[in-house]
Design a protein. Structure first.
Length: 477
């Protein structure tokens, strides 16, 4: 390393003794991968300085300058520059960049000038712009290419673990080789064998055959949970190499953390009436879960309830941390012809799933009561209608739920059907005996089989022994 004003003179340069006293710096590796990714491989310790908030000397790398963040490299051969991009990524010294010596380059990007050695086994690198008082000041570094042995595959195949404990939390184990691969000298005329491809084994089972020698990563996305031992063999035109080093991992999943229910409060009662059935909503809200493996999470709001004397279950899933249920949805469900209920009590909660494990809310379940009794109009006193009537649906046009009100002045059997314009019946909404009263029914835009129907004009017809009426409604999706 050399530090100077840029005119050939020196402010500071490392000494031969520094190779020993700062050995933790001189063994750092800077990996330029063929796919454009870049890695600072600093090992267990590197050279630390006071600007990092510690005493100067060897010590464990300090984030973000510890090689833990993704980074990339690009080269401009015409300009003779290399640009390193990524939080904490650097060449030579972590502190030096194009606008200062504080380890915080603009946009996490540093551009260096470079010159390759004639034999291609190293390069000289300089960086400038860090000293506003001396614009031409430079830091200079010399980098040697890591020479890999030619006889044993383990010398040039390296494995990257997701954690320091050599365990993998998901199916992303990365097998990455560093540097240029040269096959061993085997032929008597000292010519090199042709490297054909790699073969990857899990214990004695081949899990990837004929992996191209230009490929630097192998994503083992289909590996099963449990213990694995990976090795790699290089296949040449005249035989195979020795096996690589063995990587032992234990693939397992970390479940997501538990969410916390926020709303509605416990023991909330939702009363659905003709006035609010078209506009009212119930919103379930919960806190987000955390997943140690950064897996995408799916939340499911679910409820257990008693329905006509049977245990029942309801659920709905989302990637968001809230879910909205309309009053019209509850009314349509609870007023289904032949299965009407006035009130349901739900024991509801939320679960988070990462696709492998599921975690339930820490403060659930809660109780939610939904009552639609007011949708069946009062039949006492002066509220008994004097004549049959069928009213316009509301809203109209609608998508996909609408309410239909009708009056029955005497005890009689009543049917209320929906037809398309071809006269084909698509849904029976009501078919039962009625006592005198004012009634309301909700239609959710589905046929008798529960399937959504197409947009368009529809006819709804009410009929009893002494009355029949028809009206039109428009479903617009």
């Amino acid at each position: 390393m050399h530090y100077g004003p840029g005119d050939g003179t020196t402010w500071w340069a490392n000494s031969l003794e520094d190779v020993t006293t700062r050995a933790c710096l001189f063994d750092d590796e800077y990996v330029f991968n063929a796919d454009g990714s870049y890695n600072n491989v600093l090992g267990a310790d590197t050279w630390l300085e006071t600007w990092q908030g510690v005493d100067e000397g060897c010590g464990a790398p300090i984030a973000p300058h510890d090689g833990s963040n993704p980074a990339t490299w690009t080269v401009d051969e015409a300009a003779g520059t290399i640009t390193i991009s990524g939080l904490g990524a650097f060449l030579g010294l972590a502190k030096v960049h194009n606008s200062g010596e504080d380890g915080a380059p603009v946009d996490n990007m540093i551009t260096y000038n470079y010159s390759l050695y004639g034999d291609g086994n190293g390069m000289d690198v300089t960086v400038s712009g860090f000293n506003s008082g001396v614009p031409d000041a430079v830091w200079s570094f010399k980098f040697d290419k890591i020479q890999t042995a030619n006889s044993v595959l383990s010398d040039f195949i390296a494995f990257t673990h997701p954690t320091e404990e050599n365990t993998a939390f998901d199916h992303n184990l990365v097998l990455r080789h560093n540097g240029t691969v040269f096959p061993p000298l085997q032929n008597t005329d000292d010519t090199r064998d042709v490297l054909l491809h790699y073969k990857v084994l899990d214990y004695a089972t081949v899990i990837a055959d004929e992996v191209p020698f230009t490929q630097q990563e192998l994503n083992l996305i289909d590996e099963e949970w449990g213990e694995h031992e990976y090795t790699v063999v290089a296949m040449y035109d005249e035989g195979a190499s020795n096996p690589s080093n063995v990587v032992s991992v234990n693939l397992f999943n970390n479940p997501p953390s538990a969410v916390s229910l926020v709303a509605p409060p416990d023991n909330t009662t939702i009363t659905i009436t003709p006035d609010n059935v078209g506009t009212g909503v119930t919103m379930g809200i919960w806190t987000p879960a955390a997943d140690p493996d950064n897996d995408p999470l799916l939340y499911t709001l679910y409820g257990n309830f008693d329905y006509l004397g049977q245990e029942a279950y309801w659920d709905s899933s989302t990637s968001a941390t809230s879910l909205t249920i309309t009053h019209a949805y509850w009314a349509a469900f609870m007023m289904t012809e032949g299965q009407e209920v006035d009130e349901l009590t739900f024991a509801w909660s939320v679960q988070a799933s990462d696709g492998t494990d599921t975690t339930h809310a820490g403060n659930g379940p809660r109780t939610l009561i939904v009552n639609v009794n007011a949708m069946y109009m009062d039949v006492d006193g002066d509220n008994i209608p004097d004549e049959f009537a069928l009213y316009d649906n509301y809203p109209n046009p609608f998508n996909p739920v609408t309410s239909i009100n009708y009056d029955i002045p005497e005890a009689t059997d009543v049917t209320l059907d929906v037809y398309n314009l071809m006269g084909q019946r698509v849904r029976t909404l009501v078919s039962r005996h009625h006592e005198p009263g004012r009634y309301s029914v909700v239609w959710d835009g589905t046929n008798d089989f529960g399937s959504p129907i197409a947009s368009g004009m529809y006819i709804f017809k009410i009929q009893s022994k002494d009355f029949m009426s028809i009206k039109k409604m428009l479903l617009m999706k």
